[in-house]
Design a protein around this ligand. Sequence first.
Ligand SMILES: CCc1cc(Oc2ccnc(N(Cc3cccc(OC(F)(F)C(F)F)c3)C[C@@H](O)C(F)(F)F)n2)ccc1Cl
Length: 480
Amino acid sequence: ACKGRSSFSQTGIVCRITRPAILVLNQETTKLIQKAFQRATYPDIKGERVILFLGKVNYGLYNIQISNLSISSSQAELKKDKSINIAIQNVSVIFKGTLQYEYKGGWLLAVHQSVDFEIGTSLDLQINTQLACDGGRVQADTSDCFLSFHKLHLNLHGEKQPGWIEQLFTDFISFTLKLILKGQVCKEISVLANIMATFVQDKAANFLTDGDISVDISLTRPPVIKDSYLESHHKGFLTYKNQSSGFQDSSYTPNMLGDSRMLYFWFSEKVLSSLAKAAFLDKRLMLTLTGNEFKALLENKGLDTTQDILQEIFQGSFRDSQVVVRSLVAPVITCKPEGTIVKSSVGVEIQLLHPDQASTVAFSFEEDVVTVIQASYEEKKLILDLSDFQIQHKSSRSFSTLSTSQESIQDFLKTLTIMVGIPVIISWLEPALTTLLNSKGLDLFDIINPEIITKEGYLVLQMDFGFPQHLLEDFLQTII
Ligand SMILES: CCc1cc(Oc2ccnc(N(Cc3cccc(OC(F)(F)C(F)F)c3)C[C@@H](O)C(F)(F)F)n2)ccc1Cl
């Protein structure tokens, strides 16, 4: 994935992160930069110089460590078709270590000194991050990384040291130290950036996997960076029991998403349909009600449970029976401005339970159902509203003679499907999907005013968010 031509045609999902989101995410940049400084290792700096009147002096700065680090502020901005530029001001660091030097004094005199030092520095950092695609995964390239030093000041402990040390530090050591700092800190930043990219990729992949069902989120092209947003394009193919099924979808265009909300997710209806298909194949689209639950549902919809037809089907007792509702085919999902349209064929079986005998089917019927659903997400719960429906009676079979006429049976079943069938399926789906999303940790995110919008052929999730502290803590744990 990703090598060569940009294949819009394979894109099933697009994630767009806009400038307002970058500003929120930037709040935590300083923590990551601190981590980079702390992780960096600072090698010893050794050398020898000929010093006037002293001859050849061997010196070395050993065990250089950070003793104090503070960062004042950072800015992040998007550079169209180029990079995410992060500028960090006034990083002030204090390094400590031991300076050792020796030289041959007069003909016998050899001087060997070791003195603790502190080096105070203050610098600015500029990281121009480019996003690329590497084997279908997001890769962050932070090689365009540089430091500019405001000050570099050596402070030697103990009694007054000879002036030539200060000179040596100013002329030479500070130059070497700057090189080392730039090399080590920029290397750590690159390491952290790629650990972060991997972390998000893996978290995202986990988010879109449940049991044998998963969505292939490999990139179909390198992430795109514009002035007001950046976005990644993903296949969105379904993988069920390791069988991947693709689709051709060339419908995404950038103007389908805005840039006023922080986060946008674009889903092709084909992705939704293939998820429904996987759920069907995975035998998830069925639910069983006890006779009493069914009776209670009828009652709270005001249906008369004593009418003949029910008495005949249930043979007088709801108690020893159960109602199995299931999808007979993979539902087909399409998106329209009115909502998400779900076309499916529903089978209902009324089974009589006999003590220590197999249950028998007393009655069964099938209906072709088309429903228009509007989804929303409030208080960390998914809400599915039925905005329209169509029912086509397909067939019904009774395993005992019914006195009621075929005509009125069909009417009754239609009413049953409308009044009970569809509502019970929706009120089962809502918590089931909410539970699934929360099992992935969605409820941990601070999602602000999420909107679920359907248009011709696609669905858009758009939202603002509070910084996912839990995610950063998770991430910082993964890096020692
Ligand atoms: C879970 C959201 C999601 C991630 C996808 O895959 C990836 C893979 C790599 N990077 C991304 N980015 C988008 C993104 C935005 C918000 C959250 C998020 O994941 C997460 F942080 F919530 C994770 F913990 F689940 C991922 C980033 C990509 O757009 C960029 F910026 F790197 F180019 N998405 C594909 C679809 C969906 Cl719905």
